[in-house]
Design a protein around this ligand. Sequence first.
Ligand code: PGA
Length: 251
Amino acid sequence: MRQNIVAGNWKMNKNLEEGLELAKELNDILKANKPNCKVVIGTPFIHLSKVAEIVDKELIGVSAQNCADKVSGAYTGEVSASMVKSTGVDYVILGHSERRSYYGETNEILKEKVDLALANDLTPIFCIGEVLEEREAEKHFEVVKSQIEEGLFHLSAETFGKIVLAYEPVWAIGTGKTASPEQAQEIHAFIRKTVAEKYGKEVADNTSILYGGSCKPSNAKELFANADVDGGLIGGAALKAEDFVGIISAF
Ligand code: PGA
């Protein structure tokens, strides 16, 4: 059966010292109070190897926030999936809306990243979601469907089984506006149906689909209570151990 997951996305926050402090604090809290879900933290690249060393792997999975769409070579400033894996981490967030909109990542590019992540034994946390105009024009279903089709549906059923999906409506990211539990359930059910149509019910039932976008301790419980919401991808509230743990304890 699918896992419930609470994953933090630190984005471009915390220098190395601050990041290690947060990871250690979180590890101590979760050690004393075992979580009822899988917990993952997505740190900047430079934190990965040290964070992977200090956290207890049973308690906290560690994730990169991106990887290159090329294997290796003359790509100044890029970090490959194999380099990410060599730091000792197991996850990579791919296709975050900030990568899609500020860095021009298309579904075509993301498809390459997904393949390289999987080839290097990393679990992709693959983000999808519509912008406000698309939601207002009631195009959100077709937008997320094409993001999934173009970024992931080249995979075999067995390989697709390694993907974690994160639905993040762009209008809710960092805005304080959250999708209502009904809106989240409606689109998560649609996403699961889209996966089922391609790979069958069993694969769809085993796929974790996280919600992201202004998720916080005060709304996590009602979001996660929905049948098709299997946890969250958390930005702002992942930067303070207390808030992040507040969300984890929604399970
Ligand atoms: P937020 O970010 O929780 O700050 O809205 C979520 C995300 O971008 O993953």
